[in-house]
Write a protein that binds this ligand. Structure first.
Ligand code: GAR
Length: 202
């Protein structure tokens, strides 16, 4: 059984989707830790309710980015996890952490990458006039939202959409895509070949 740890900064609905899909047996894993940079995050409540240990590594508690990253790295090492899932973790991770967990750290992004990377992806899609958007689950590399893609799911963008409407439509797909990607990882069915992630049969 794989051990997964989740990093989240806020609401934690994607974290909850993982908790639920582990509980119902879809994902063959144990969630061993929530790491958050935000002690106020609702994700913390969700962890407590599910009996998952929480580690807070709060950015303002450290004098600079380097010492924050060192603390985060040691918190991550302490999890003994096979997989780290960034589920609404809103900070860019430094190179040391990305390299250390290369091939075993994944992120969910609310757009069809490589379009609309970075912050406010849903707002970007609307402003650009895109007719479809969606979500992407990808391995994390040194770039911002540039790593090898595991799964994408699409939604339509309507002319009357505001950011919140589109975000809600995408979120439904996120809650399916992230558990699916985590399940594939836990079943050892993901093989990274350069930029391409091959999904192996069961
Ligand atoms: C999700 O839409 C996720 O894709 C996005 O933040 C939201 C977190 O929601 N992540 C990013 O924008 C990362 N750049 P949640 O806390 O309810 O899972």
């Amino acid at each position: 059984m794989k051990r997964i740890a989740v990093l989240a900064s806020g609401r934690g609905s994607n974290f909850q989707a993982l908790i639920d899909r582990i509980a119902d047996g879809y994902i063959p894993a144990e969630c061993v830790r929530l790491i958050t940079d935000n002690p106020e995050a609702y994700a913390v409540e969700r962890a407590r309710a599910a009996g998952i240990l929480v580690t807070v590594v709060a950015y303002p508690a450290y004098p600079d980015k380097q010492s924050y990253e060192a603390a985060l790295l040691s918190a991550m090492e302490g999890c003994n996890a096979d997989l780290f899932v960034l589920a609404g973790y809103m900070r860019i991770l430094g190179e040391t952490i990305v390299r250390r967990f290369s091939g075993r750290m994944i992120n969910i992004h609310p757009a069809l990458l490589p379009s609309f990377s970075g912050l406010h992806a849903q707002r970007q899609a609307i402003a650009y006039g895109a007719k479809v958007s969606g979500c992407t689950v990808h391995f994390v590399d040194e770039g911002m939202d540039t790593g090898p893609i595991i799964i994408q799911r699409c939604v339509p963008v309507f002319e009357r959409d505001d950011e919140e409407m589109l975000a809600g439509r995408i979120l439904v797909e996120e809650h399916a895509a992230l558990p699916e990607a985590v399940r594939l990882f836990c079943e050892d069915r993901l093989m990274i070949k350069g930029r391409v992630v091959c999904i192996l049969p069961p």
